[in-house]
Each structure stands twice: as structure tokens, then as C-alpha cells.
Design a protein around this ligand. Structure first.
Ligand SMILES: C[S@@+](CC[C@H](N)C(=O)[O-])C[C@H]1O[C@@H](n2cnc3c(N)ncnc32)[C@H](O)[C@@H]1O
Length: 469
């Protein structure tokens, strides 16, 4: 708890501009800074239904009315310490920040780009919507932030993602009109997050929006150029600054006449965009502002645009043949854990690629991705060792409930799960394990958490050091 008021940090120039923008609503807006911030989590519907989640979650949650898979939780709960979190069943995200991805209508099979994706709050939502089919390219220009992005993509069990650390200019040259849907959650002045992060309020200057809008305009044109005809682009920021919101959308409409604003889903707290805050184009009222005095969340802005024309789903896939040795060791391992499916789908041997001794499962998509800076393309399945295959943690997390038979499933309150997540060896009763010995998938309430090896009643922990809590 801070011993000062956030409003004391707000710059008079910011307050003056907000007063002009909000008129009669200004007092309510200022009061919203005194209200406690809200905490939210978003269920990974590619792994678990909301109904099932509500049955097993061990702390109180209440639905977020405008997000079908979003929940509020109390501020004194630490959901990141729960094994359900380590199993990738939910992502912790401020409620308003869940809105942009939930407003982009993603269909399985599509090529999706999240251009400024780190740390993955929205990319994990888009990947869950694809549910293993099609391709998610999750990109960020910052290499350190891209590592956090990769971790979240892997934790969420998204097998069909490319995680890239590229400049948008390079991506644009490689992927003209390639994506069916693009999310551009642009770097911004963060005015909507002052209540959550007071450093943003301290650092605010009137010049910041002007500088950022130059970058945002460049990014939105690049995004539009990567969009297929008929595709949709969602532009979002977490700021109220007109120059970064309606101003950037106006610039796109002026420079790409084939891009048209379309209606966003309506919700009672959504506030329409204001044409006068941009170039006066009446269509700007189709944009949406989320203001903290009207919603139980922080500030955000969204615009959904469609590129004129028609789009078709990608057809053909083409792959190299898997290395026979890789197949042999993988098959042995799959038998041992009783693998039936991966992410609910039949395992496709054509998607297996071995690079040095690392084995990957490529996304089901064609395209020339050579020459790009990747952190990951597809799912890292594990390593080929001398005469055996050693599975990775992302492989365990990409498995859904019922993908494999060779499991040990413990209840969410079983303290052994916490010990497993710390890297300790566990004692497992014979009735708790699927087989008498060998590789098993440890699960929480049936949801995969990680691998281990059973020797007698001793479960040898294979949860990697880098993942431990
Ligand atoms: C608002 S944050 C993205 C948050 C993310 N979408 C999420 O929901 O977790 C903006 C991101 O843009 C990235 N960024 C900044 N300049 C960029 C540029 N020129 N090209 C691509 N990404 C950029 C930053 O590294 C930052 O991660």
C-alpha cells in the first residue's frame, strides 16, 4: 500500500486534458483513482472449460461480465502459487486488458499475428482460441520481453506458435497479406494504467504521446500491410490520449482506404470513440474507450478494422520427413506414457523436426520462415539422448486432460504438488499410478503438470530447474 494518493502524482496538464475530454464525467473519473484496483484471471479454454474450472478452483472467483472466460479474484489471493496456474489453466490479467483479444474473432485454422506480444497477455488468449490449429506468430521487438512471452506461450500449452523477436519492418517484408487476423497492442503512454503502476504517472509528459504516435502510425500501417484482404486488425492501447487512439486510427483510414472500421461488440460500460479526437471521420465512433469510472477495470482503447476483399483459409501443408531414429525413440516414449493424442488431435509424424538433438513439433502451416529471429517455432518436444528420448516441460504442458493414460493425478490441495513444483522427489502409492514403473505424467485434477519417473514408490522429479517455483 502506498502512503500517498495517486492523484498527487498526476500532472496538471494531464488532468486539464482529461477534464476537457470528459466534461461532466470528470469528477467520477478522478474518484475512480480512490477505488481499489481489480484483479483478474482468464481461463485457458483450450485446456479446461469454465464450468470445470469453477468446480476445481480452490479460491473465490466471480465472472467478469464482459469476458466469457474472465474472472475477478480477491486482492489477497496469490493465484500464481496454485498448481492450476503451473498447469497453464489460467493467465493473470487485469480485466480491461482481456478485452481486445476477446473482441478479435479468431477462427481455428487461421494465421494470426500478435505484433507487440510480450509478455503474452493477449497472445495466450489468441493461441487458446486457435486451439492447436492454424498458426500464431507472437512477436516482440524486445529480446528480454520475448523470453517472458515464450514462457507464457509454453505454459499455456500453445503448440502451434512461432515466437519471434523481429522488427515489424522485417516481418512486413516477409509476410505481405499473410495473416487473417492481427492484434496490434501498441506501446503507449499507459495513461489507463496509472492506478496499477504509479511509475507511469510519474513519468508522464505532454510530449510523450506525440512521440509515441509517430511509432504507432508506423506500426499500424505495417500491420495493415500484413493483413489479407477480408482480414481483421484490432488496434489497442492502454491510454486515453487522443493522439495515440483516434489520432492513429484516423491516420490509418487516410493512408489505407481499403481499411474500414467495424463495430465492436457492445457492452454497457463501453464508451464510443469520439470523431473530434481524431480527424472528424464519423466512423471513429465505432472505436471503444474503456474508462475506469465506467467499468471494473483500468483504461483501454480499441478499434477493429477490416481490410476490404475476400479471404480463404490456407490449404496445403508441406513438411520434411521425420528422421527414423527420432521416430523410434519417440514412439517408445509415447507407448510408455500411453499417449493417445496431442492437444486432443492425432499426432502427425510429418510435423516432427529434429535439429541437432532437439525435437520439435511444427505448426500445421506452410510458409517460408527462414531468416527470421526465432525463440521458438512450434512445440519443443524434448531431446534425443543416447538410445532414449527425454521429454521437455513444454511438451507436458501442451498435453490436455485425457491425451495420455500413463498419469498420476493428485487433487489441487495435495501438498505433494507444491513439492513437485519445487523439484522434490515424491512418494506415490501403487494405487495412485497408472503403471508400476517408468515415465508418468503428473497431473493436478487430471490436468498435466510435468513428467517424472516411478521407481518402486519413488517418483523421480523431472520438472526442470528453470520451471521450479
Ligand atoms: C503494450 S505492450 C504489449 C503487451 C502485450 N500485448 C500483452 O498483452 O501482454 C507493447 C509491447 O510493444 C513492444 N514494442 C515496442 N516498440 C516496438 C516496435 N517498434 N515493434 C514491435 N514491438 C514493439 C514492447 O517491447 C512491448 O512489449
Amino acid at each position: 500500500m502506498s502512503d500517498y494518493n495517486i492523484t498527487d502524482l498526476l500532472s496538471p496538464a494531464f488532468l486539464e486534458r482529461m477534464q476537457k475530454m470528459l466534461g461532466d464525467e470528470y469528477e467520477d473519473f478522478i474518484k475512480s483513482y480512490e477505488a481499489p484496483r481489480t484483479y483478474g484471471l482468464r481461463v485457458n479454454t483450450a485446456k479446461i472449460s469454465c464450468e470445470e474450472f469453477e468446480k476445481i478452483v480452490p479460491f473465490p472467483v466471480t465472472p467478469i461480465p464482459w469476458i466469457p472466460n474472465g474472472y475477478f479474484y480477491p486482492g489477497d489471493v496469490r493465484p500464481s502459487f496454485c498448481p492450476l496456474y503451473q498447469a497453464g489453466l489460467y493467465y493473470l490479467q487485469e480485466p480491461s486488458a482481456m478485452t481486445p483479444a476477446s473482441c478479435l474473432p479468431v477462427t481455428p485454422g487461421e494465421n494470426i499475428l500478435d505484433l507487440c506480444a510480450a509478455p503474452g497477455g493477449k497472445a495466450t488468449a489468441l493461441g487458446a482460441m486457435l486451439n492447436g490449429s492454424g498458426l500464431l506468430v507472437a512477436n516482440d521487438i524486445s529480446s528480454s520481453r520475448t523470453r517472458a512471452l515464450l514462457r507464457n506461450i509454453e505454459l499455456f500449452g500453445i503448440a502451434n506458435a512461432f515466437v519471434t523477436n523481429e522488427t515489424p519492418a522485417h516481418l512486413k517484408n516477409r509476410f505481405p497479406e499473410f495473416f487473417h487476423k492481427i492484434l496490434l497492442d501498441a506501446p503507449c503512454s499507459g495513461e489507463g494504467m496509472f492506478r496499477k503502476e504509479d511509475a507511469l504517472a510519474r513519468d508522464w509528459t505532454p510530449e510523450k504521446s506525440e512521440e509515441l504516435s509517430v511509432l504507432q502510425k508506423e506500426l499500424i500501417l505495417q500491420a495493415a500491410d500484413m493483413l489479407r484482404p477480408g482480414g481483421q486488425l484490432l488496434y489497442s492501447t492502454c491510454t486515453f490520449a487522443p493522439k495515440e487512439d483516434e489520432g492513429v486510427v484516423s491516420y490509418l483510414l487516410e493512408n489505407r482506404p481499403d481499411m474500414k472500421l467495424i463495430e465492436l461488440p457492445a457492452y454497457e460500460g463501453f464508451t464510443p470513440g469520439v470523431p473530434a479526437w481524431g480527424n472528424g471521420d464519423p466512423a471513429l465512433s465505432r472505436c471503444v474507450h474503456l474508462f475506469p469510472h465506467k467499468m471494473q477495470g483500468e483504461g483501454h482503447f480499441m478499434a477493429l478494422l477490416r481490410k476490404e476483399g475476400r479471404t480463404d483459409l490456407i490449404g496445403q501443408f508441406s513438411y520434411a520427413k521425420p528422421n527414423p531414429d527420432t521416430r523410434k525413440w519417440l514412439e517408445l516414449f509415447f507407448q510408455e506414457i500411453g499417449l493417445k493424442t496431442l492437444g486432443g488431435q492425432a499426432f502427425d509424424w510429418n510435423r516432427v523436426e529434429t535439429r541437432k538433438d532437439k525435437v520439435y513439433y511444427l505448426p500445421p502451416v506452410t510458409g517460408d520462415f527462414r531468416g527470421l529471429t526465432f525463440l521458438r517455432n512450434g512445440l519443443y518436444l524434448g531431446d534425443l539422448k543416447k538410445n532414449r528420448f527425454e521429454p521437455s516441460e513444454p511438451f507436458a504442458l501442451a498435453l490436455r486432460k485425457d491425451d495420455a493414460d500413463g498419469i498420476i493425478s493428485l487433487s489441487v490441495n495435495d501438498q505433494r504438488l507444491t513439492r513437485y513444483l519445487k523439484g522434490e522427489t515424491l512418494n506415490i502409492e501403487p494405487t495412485e499410478a497408472a503403471h508400476t514403473k517408468g515415465w508418468h505424467l503428473l497431473c493436478v485434477e487430471g490436468y498435466p503438470l510435468g513428467f517424472g519417473k516411478l521407481v518402486g514408490q519413488t517418483f523421480k522429479n523431472k520438472y526442470p530447474a528453470g520451471w521450479r517455483v
